[in-house]
Design a protein around this ligand. Structure first.
Ligand code: ZN
Length: 281
């Protein structure tokens, strides 16, 4: 018993977050690409014409490339501009099989029976969300994430989704289920770049962590922050809820890199076993 308590008290130390996401070069993953000695000025890097996050690690510049879920396995190119000249770096994207998930949504208005007014709202929300996720701020990115909710993993990123047996977009986030009202905390420092109540996504908060690293919190009961507000790691953003298109209270957490949704689990990989273990209880 004493041993168990000791282990529990040591746990926060043991799962000290890795300051960088896990390198996983698959569709929906993150590729770490070394861009050389950081004594020279920071290079600019582009993937599919989108600017890519560049950070420093152990005296080297490192590009963290968000790989689209729709990427074809095979060789891809990162374009690099540096004081030494322009060039490209090839990297290999490996295949990954994402399982299927079939969900029943009782509210047909959330699946295929939207009113013309709903459709107009959905379209304008899509445009504003595109703008928000295109935010680029030049300051160094904070990639040192902790889990935003103390809950259990309920749906993994990348699942091939069917609503009422109709194929839909794959699951672009990680679902963490918790009772409604559970606090949602900023996983790293950043700035609130948008909040709102959206048709599918419900009450939503967008955070900018620098250099195209954007995290998004959906289906919240309550929002406790406002646009323009700086936040620190662990600061309360609001609480878990069931607003928008949901089957129960949970956080749908999206992480964008260079405008591509990537697997949020890669940013909290040391904490994933703890959150996943709760599914068996
Ligand atoms: Zn989800």
């Amino acid at each position: 018993m004493i041993k168990k308590l000791l282990l529990l008290s040591l746990f926060p130390l043991l799962c000290q977050a890795d300051p960088y996401p896990q390198n996983l070069t698959v569709p929906g993953g993150v590729a770490e690409i070394n861009l050389g000695d950081s004594h020279s000025p920071s290079p600019n890097a582009y993937f599919n014409h989108n600017r890519v996050l560049v950070t420093e690690r152990n005296g080297q510049w490192l590009a963290l490339v968000g790989i689209p879920l729709a990427a074809t396995p095979g060789l891809h190119k990162l374009m690099v501009e540096s004081t030494a000249g322009n060039g490209e770096i090839s990297f290999m994207v490996l295949d990954k099989h994402y399982p299927e998930q079939r969900l029943t949504i009782e509210n047909k208005r959330m699946v295929d029976e939207m009113t013309p007014e709903d459709l107009r709202r959905i379209e304008s929300e899509k445009i504003s969300m595109e703008q928000i996720k295109s935010t680029w701020s030049q300051h160094p990115a904070d990639t040192n994430f902790t889990a935003p909710v103390d809950g259990r993993l309920s749906s993994l990123f990348g699942l091939k989704r069917f609503f009422n047996n109709v194929p839909r977009q794959p699951h672009n986030g990680l679902d963490i289920a918790a009772v409604a009202g559970t606090p949602i905390m900023a996983p790293a420092s950043g700035t609130v770049i948008g909040t709102g109540s959206f048709f599918f996504n419900g009450n939503t908060v967008f955070l900018d962590h620098g250099q195209g690293l954007i995290s998004v919190y959906l289906h919240m009961t309550q929002i406790d922050v406002h646009t323009g507000q700086p936040v620190y790691q662990g600061q309360r953003l609001g609480s878990v809820g069931a607003t928008g298109r949901v089957t129960g209270p949970h956080l749908h957490w999206i992480v964008y890199l260079n405008k591509e949704a990537v697997d949020p689990a890669l940013f909290i990989s040391s904490d994933i076993p703890r959150l996943a273990a709760r599914n068996t209880k």
